[in-house]
Design a protein around this ligand. Structure first.
Ligand SMILES: NC(=O)c1ccc[n+]([C@@H]2O[C@H](COP(=O)([O-])OP(=O)(O)OC[C@H]3O[C@@H](n4cnc5c(N)ncnc54)[C@H](O)[C@@H]3O)[C@@H](O)[C@H]2O)c1
Ligand SMILES: N[C@H](C(=O)O)[C@H](O)COP(=O)(O)O
Length: 344
């Protein structure tokens, strides 16, 4: 057990995500080893037991109660906060009927984080299209969790691996809307939330952020797009005038910013939109990266991959990203505790 708060056992709640995808597989694989913290899975117990049987992995589910104590370790023995599916799951086959189940697991887990029952939320992958097809407007966990936790400013998505950290100004919006979503205010909010997140959860007191431009060659002095001149440069200049402890460098052309000469100094590269930054991050370590949300009232990490329907139930999905998501959440809990102690 982690030693940083002897009065309160730390618990991480895990939502496996889309039930017909690889989420249940990677969670079952990940609880075969001993963890230095209590893990609780928020899911349908029959789904997990069926999937474990298919994967030929041991699984013992112990009902979760708010005051239950740490379980003695045995591979596959884990606490379950049981939530019922509407219909049985066939691995690889999405079913709109189970949309409410997915949302219920997220709501229950997030509420538990907001009220202090859990120290962090780790999410498995969700298929955004099946939720929308069933009439639930869902562009991503990041936005969904921000909405239900009623955060004032937009949350910030950062993906991280052992080579690179990439954060985004805009997340899941159509490319046609990106330019209008990049305002001085959104850049200001993103960098402020990012800096606070790095200080509190990653123990980086004076983070250095390298910022991408939006247009090719960062707008080529206004000849290939004007957002750098009208919006990005003024926003960065205003941020430099604040008393926030950070170094803000850029904007740089996105096609040349991902070089060792910059990366060696950058704590984070800030991209203007999803597919400006994440392809580079995923090329550098797909399956070995973690997705972190800053700006929520609780810690949330996730895998770097999607629901991978074709792999569900086959025993060939890779669980490295889920393992990293849990390890990162544990480190974030420790760092937040030390940060709070030091800022008292
Ligand atoms: N954290 C999340 O909730 C999350 C993250 C990314 C994508 N998604 C969603 O997932 C759905 C499917 O997206 P996609 O097909 O673009 O991406 P995907 O990550 O599901 O699949 C991309 C490729 O990576 C492989 N892959 C994915 N996870 C793997 C694993 N654990 N082990 C081995 N190989 C793996 C797949 O087989 C596929 O070839 C979409 O609805 C997308 O929005 C969710
Ligand atoms: N943008 C994420 C990725 O590419 O990995 C993914 O869609 C998940 O986002 P949420 O954590 O908001 O669901």
């Amino acid at each position: 057990m982690i030693q940083f708060n002897a009065n309160k056992p730390q618990k991480i709640i895990i939502t496996p995500g889309e039930p017909s995808g690889v989420g249940p597989d990677i969670v079952i694989m990940t609880v075969q080893k001993k963890w230095p913290i209590d893990l609780i899975i928020c899911a349908d117990s029959n789904l997990l037991l069926d999937r474990a049987k298919t994967l030929n992995l041991p699984l013992t589910l112990v009902p979760y109660y708010i005051n239950n104590t740490t379980l003695p370790f045995k591979p596959g023995k884990i606490s379950i906060l049981d939530m019922s599916l509407s219909q049985p799951v066939i691995p690889g086959q999405l079913n709109v009927a189970n949309n409410n189940y997915i949302i219920n697991t997220l709501n229950r887990a997030a509420t538990g984080c907001i009220n202090g029952e859990f120290s962090a939320l780790v999410t498995g992958p969700i298929n955004k299209s099946i939720l929308n097809k069933g009439g639930i407007s869902f562009s991503g966990h990041t936005e969904f969790l921000a909405k239900i936790s009623k955060t004032n400013t937009s949350p910030v998505m950062m993906l991280s691996n052992n080579k690179l950290n990439v954060a985004l100004v805009t997340t899941h919006i159509p490319i046609a809307l990106v330019s209008q979503f990049i305002t001085q205010q959104t850049i200001h909010n993103t960098i402020t939330t990012l800096v606070q997140g790095l200080q509190k959860y990653f123990n980086i007191s004076n983070p250095t952020i390298y910022v991408c431009g939006l247009n090719p060659h960062s707008g080529e002095s206004g000849y290939i797009g004007s957002e750098e001149i009208t919006t990005i440069i003024p926003a960065l200049n205003n941020l430099r005038k604040t008393n926030m402890n950070c170094n803000i460098i850029g904007p740089f052309p996105a096609d040349t910013i991902f070089q060792t000469q910059y990366l060696r100094y950058a704590n984070v590269i800030l991209a203007m939109y999803h597919d400006q930054g994440l392809p580079v991050l995923k090329f550098s370590g797909f399956g070995k990266s973690v997705n972190i949300t800053f700006g929520l009232p609780f810690i949330r990490t996730s895998v770097d991959h999607g629901s991978a329907l074709k792999l569900a139930g086959l025993g060939i999905a890779n669980n490295n990203s889920m393992t990293l998501a849990i390890k990162t959440a544990i480190n974030m809990i420790k760092n937040a505790y030390n940060y709070a102690k030091n800022t008292l």
